[in-house]
Design a protein. Sequence first.
Length: 189
Amino acid sequence: MLEKIIQLDKQLFVFLNGLGSEQFDGFWLLITKQFHWAPVFLFVFYLLYKKVGWKHLMLILVSIAVLVTFSDQFTNLVKNNVQRLRPCNDLEIKNIIRIVKASDTFSYFSGHAANSMASTVFVFLILRKYYKYAFLLFLFPLIFAYSRIYLGLHFPSDILSGYFSGVLFGYGFSKLYLIFRKKYFPESI
């Protein structure tokens, strides 16, 4: 059963990765770097500041930093124990896929997907009561994580597992944030 799932995962990867084109490689290489998303992050932080003020924005930023660190370390723990090869290193498919970027680290599961989804869920749960279109924040992890398939670095199951853990981490940290906020900043609730 597991072997069948792995084969379907590889087939889906080959299909999705094959949709790429050299003329778009530069764009997806740009998309996959967190630094290039800085204008989006700054805009989101501005929206948060407008609704919660500096004190709570600082608490949110510290919470996100701890959340991403936790998510990243958990991802590395799983990667180093599962030790799944990245598509660009998988001998069964590496000669039939587009490899735009290579890496010698392990694949399962995607840290890009986990971290981006965790931070997005966390911020969404704060902003949704203030902004009708807060759900648009989820474009970030969808585009960001797809770049990993496009580049030849992750299988779809790596992305989906990263999303799943990111949702759990983001939700869990949002609950911890609310407990901390209620305990130390009760005047703002």
